[in-house]
Design a protein. Structure first.
Length: 231
């Protein structure tokens, strides 16, 4: 099997989900006695946020690439980020990385195209929602990305930093996110919503969202498992 290196800690809760899901899906594909070859290099999500807030993108890319280098030294043949915010420097990462990256953005776009979508909402950190690493490739594919308003973006970011990154999940916060999605459905006509922060599946799923979800963790894990078993 191909060995995968996961950039974890961005955040820790999603890293756990990635590891568990990859293990389970490899076993489903290859049998109960099969386990994937994985290494995890843990970064600090709050360091990533600090770099983004200060627009220190060279420092951010160096921070992530150092982790990728460690994974490559441990024998990883591909790397994958367990958080979407560092994709703000994806072009720099691709240029500096010693091994290929399995992109959550590319995987999510493939699924959106398969579903025939034309207008989707995007929830995530403020850096994910206000930068173009989702908007640009989706726009080129003819899919419009809609983001919440300024007040809603600030609310989402505050809940991600203060709660979800620490594994705190409350009904009140879930209701707040559902209200935002419902507004985007009614006002902007979104067909589905991208859960563009990898902690958002702690709160949201097809069962409680006003529109179906493009769950980046679920979609990304499938892409990672495809690469693992392809060898």
């Amino acid at each position: 099997m191909t060995k995968i290196g996961l950039i974890g800690g961005i955040g820790p809760e999603s890293t756990i989900s990635y590891y568990r899901s990859i293990v389970h899906r490899v076993r489903e594909r290859l049998g109960d006695h099969s386990l994937p070859k994985l290494s995890i290099e843990t970064l600090n999500a709050f360091e990533v946020f600090s770099f983004c807030k200060a627009e220190q993108y060279d420092e951010l890319s160096d921070y992530v690439v150092d982790a990728i280098n460690n994974l490559a030294a441990a024998g990883a043949q591909y790397a994958a980020l367990t958080g979407n915010t560092p994709n703000v420097v994806l072009d720099k990462l691709k240029a500096k990385s010693p091994i290929p990256l399995i992109s959550s953005i590319d995987a999510t776009l493939r699924v959106a195209k398969q579903r025939g979508l034309k207008r989707v909402g995007l929830l995530g950190t403020v850096f994910t929602m206000t930068n173009t690493f989702f908007q640009a490739p989706f726009g080129q594919a003819g899919i419009e990305i809609v983001i919440p308003n300024v007040e809603q973006i600030a609310y989402i970011q505050s809940k991600i930093e203060a709660e979800l990154e620490h594994g705190v999940v409350t009904d009140e916060t879930r209701d707040g996110f559902v209200k935002i999605i419902n507004t985007m459905k009614q006002k902007d006509g979104i067909e589905q919503v991208i859960l563009g922060c990898t902690e958002l599946p702690l709160l949201l799923n097809d069962g409680n969202s006003p529109v179906p979800c493009l769950d980046c963790v679920d979609i990304h894990v499938d892409a990672i498992v495809d690469r693992i078993v392809r060898a």
